[in-house]
Design a protein around this ligand. Structure first.
Ligand code: S3P
Length: 171
């Protein structure tokens, strides 16, 4: 089977959907943030604070390069900002079928209310930040993607079967 790569904004449900797909297809789910945390032995938040965002972004690219060599089929769930680098978008396409989980700013704001783990959304005015960042990133998510699924108001199982159907149609 072809690998499935999930991209999209924070709170789009990449981890949840990734787990669901992995269970359904009996393959491992790999999460780029978790891999980075494992390699660096620190949380993403601590890395942003102590090493800076640029350091984290370099690690995202390193991790993708390593995953290119992985032969076993997998579901890869990517950190929300990972597809912003052109180099990463090229690597993602080489890794597998890239699925963009499209989400509205309202859904993100609801889901991430009170979240302390996303350094880019801390502080006052998170809703505005979400709107601006989503707008800024949208085009690059679309460029990176082979297919796009709107996730607002849908149950994870529905999203999973839509993804599998669309991938089947594309192959
Ligand atoms: C980020 C998204 C996060 C994590 C980091 C930066 C982003 O991952 O990689 O906080 O720039 O959108 P999730 O999309 O899994 O929250």
């Amino acid at each position: 089977m072809e690998n499935i790569v999930l991209i999209g904004f924070m709170g789009a449900g990449k981890t949840t959907i990734g787990r669901e797909l992995a269970k359904h297809l009996s393959v491992p789910m790999i999460d780029s943030d978790a891999l980075i945390e494992q390699k660096a032995q620190m949380s993403v938040s601590a890395m942003f604070e102590e090493k800076g965002e640029a350091y984290f972004r370099r690690m995202e690219t390193d991790v993708l390069k390593e995953l290119l060599d992985q032969k076993e089929p997998m579901i890869l769930s990517c950190g929300g900002g990972l597809p912003m680098r052109e180099e990463n978008r090229i690597l993602l396409k080489q890794i597998g079928a890239v699925v963009f989980l499209e989400v509205s700013p309202e859904t993100v704001a609801n889901r991430l209310k009170g979240d302390k783990t996303r350094p880019l959304l801390q502080g006052a005015d998170a809703k505005n930040r979400i709107e601006r960042l989503l707008e800024e990133r949208k085009e690059r998510y679309q460029q990176a993607a082979d297919l796009c699924i709107c996730v607002d108001g849908k149950a994870p199982e529905t999203i999973c079967s839509e993804i599998l159907k669309k991938i089947e149609k594309n192959t």
